[in-house]
Design a protein around this ligand. Structure first.
Ligand SMILES: Cc1cc2nc3c(=O)[nH]c(=O)nc-3n(C[C@H](O)[C@H](O)[C@H](O)COP(=O)(O)OP(=O)(O)OC[C@H]3O[C@@H](n4cnc5c(N)ncnc54)[C@H](O)[C@@H]3O)c2cc1C
Length: 352
C-alpha cells in the first residue's frame, strides 16, 4: 500500500503530527508498540513563566496561542475538553523571589501572565507561604491520557493505526522505501526517549531525564488551585491531586522508586503537612526526551532523505507540539523553513 507518511510512535508528538497531516489530506499510518509512554503519564502542565527569576520564554507568544487553538479544535471534534485552564499559585521561596516578582510586574510583557504578589503576611492562602505568593495566569494542564486515547480510537476507525514494535532494520530502501506491506514517501520517527536506540537518529545529542510523579487522595477537599513550590501540585478531582516531578539524569528506566516518592512527599511537607499525609494511589515513572540545547529535534536525515525525526520536546511537549506539528507539516508539504532543524547538528554530531 502506498502512503504519504509512516509515523513511528503514538505519544503526543506522533499523535498530533498524524492528526495535522491527516487534516491536510495526507495518507498516514501510525505504528506504536502500545507500552505506557511519557505523554500518558505527564502532568501536561503549561506554564509560561518559569524559573526562580520568573522568566517568560521568548517563544511563548506564538506557542501558547497555537496550543490553545489546537486543543480547542480537538475538543470540538471529540466533544470533550482536553486542555483545562487553571491559575497557578507560585509560592515564593525567599525575600529575593518576592522582590523579583514585584520587579517583573513593572514590565508590560508580564501583565498578561502575572498578578501582583500577595504579601508574605497575608492569611488568605490555604498553603504555607512565608515569603508570599504570586498568581500566574494563562496556566493550565492537558489531559494527556484521554486525548491520546481519543486519537488512538480515531486512528483505528480510519484504519491507520497498527500496534507493533517497529524494528528500524526492517526498513527496505530499494527498489523503493518500504516497511512490511507499506511504501511510504517518508518515515517519521516520533519515538520519544527510544530515539537513542534508533540506528538513524541516535547521533542527535539527547539529554534524557527520568521523571516520577504521584497521584494522591486526600480525606478532605483539596483547594482548587495549581501550586508551584519548586515542585508542582495539580488538583484533578475535589479529593485527588498529582505532585511532581523528579528530574533524574542517571537512571534511564521506567521503574518507580521509593527514594523519588519520599523526595516528592517531603517537598510537600513545608507547604502543607496535611496534604503530604494523603494516600498515594498511583506512582508513575517515564523518560523525558530532553535535548542538549533545549530545542526540539526536527528534520530530515542527512543521508537518507526519506527518513525524518520529530522529537526532543523535553519537559514541554504539551506547549510545544501543537505549533511544531503545524510548522513541520508546512515544511514537509510546502517546502517552508524547517522549525528547530536538526541541520544545526549535521557537522558537529553526524559521523556519516
Ligand atoms: C514525569 C513526567 C512529567 C511530565 N510533565 C510534563 C508536563 O507537566 N508538561 C509537559 O508539557 N510535559 C511534561 N512531560 C514531558 C512530556 O511527557 C514529553 O514532552 C512528551 O510526552 C514527549 O512526547 P513524545 O511523543 O515525543 O514521546 P512519548 O510520549 O514517549 O511517545 C513515544 C511513543 O513512541 C513509541 N515507540 C518508540 N519507539 C518505538 C518503536 N520502535 N516501535 C513502536 N513504538 C515505538 C513509544 O512506545 C511511545 O508510545 C513530563 C514527562 C514526565 C516523564
Amino acid at each position: 500500500m502506498t502512503i504519504d507518511f509512516l509515523i513511528v510512535g503514538q505519544g503526543l508528538a506522533g499523535s498530533l503530527l498524524a492528526w495535522e497531516l491527516l487534516g491536510r489530506g495526507c495518507t498516514v499510518v501510525i505504528v506504536d508498540n502500545g507500552t505506557e509512554n511519557a505523554s500518558q503519564i505527564a502532568a501536561g502542565l503549561i506554564n509560561p513563566v518559569t524559573g526562580m527569576r520568573l522568566v517568560k520564554a521568548a517563544d511563548i507568544d506564538y506557542l501558547l496561542p497555537a496550543a490553545k487553538h489546537g486543543y480547542t479544535r480537538l475538543a470540538k471534534f471529540f466533544r470533550q475538553d482536553f486542555y483545562l485552564e487553571k491559575p497557578m499559585l507560585r509560592l515564593l521561596r525567599s525575600e529575593d523571589e518576592y522582590k523579583q516578582a514585584q520587579k517583573r510586574l513593572l514590565e508590560l510583557a508580564y501583565h498578561d501572565y502575572l498578578d501582583p504578589p500577595d504579601k508574605p503576611e497575608s492569611q488568605a492562602r490555604p498553603f504555607a507561604a512565608p515569603f508570599g505568593s504570586i498568581a500566574q495566569k494563562q496556566t493550565g494542564y492537558l489531559l494527556t491520557r484521554p486525548l491520546l486515547n481519543s486519537l488512538k480510537d480515531f486512528f483505528i476507525r480510519k484504519a491507520c493505526y497498527r500496534q507493533t514494535d517497529f524494528n528500524a532494520t526492517d526498513i527496505r530502501f530499494s527498489p523503493v522505501l518500504s516497511w512490511q506491506d507499506l511504501t511510504p514517501t517518508r518515515i517519521i520517527f516520533c519515538e520519544g526517549y527510544r530515539a537513542v536506540q534508533n540506528p538513524w537518529f541516535s547521533w542527535l545529542p539527547f539529554q534524557l531525564a527520568k521523571g516520577e510523579i504521584l497521584t494522591l487522595e486526600h480525606g478532605a477537599a483539596v483547594p482548587d488551585t495549581m501550586l508551584n513550590y519548586g515542585n508542582w501540585l495539580v488538583p484533578i478531582t475535589s479529593r485527588q491531586f498529582r505532585i511532581g516531578a523528579t528530574f533524574d539524569h542517571e537512571q534511564m528506566d521506567t521503574q518507580t522508586t521509593g527514594p523519588a516518592k519520599t523526595t516528592l512527599l517531603n517537598a510537600l511537607v513545608p507547604v502543607s503537612a496535611e496534604l503530604a499525609q494523603a494516600r498515594c494511589i498511583h506512582h508513575h515513572a517515564n523518560i523525558r526526551p530532553c535535548t542538549l540545547d533545549k530545542q526540539p529535534f526536527i528534520g530530515i536525515h542527512p543521508r537518507h532523505k526519506a527518513l525524518a525525526v520529530f522529537n526532543g520536546f523535553g519537559a514541554k511537549g504539551s506547549l510545544q507540539i501543537p505549533w511544531y506539528s503545524r510548522q513541520f507539516a508546512d515544511a514537509l508539504l510546502n517546502g517552508t523553513a524547517m522549525p528547530a532543524d536538526i541541520q544545526r547538528y549535521y557537522a558537529s554530531h553526524f559521523a556519516g
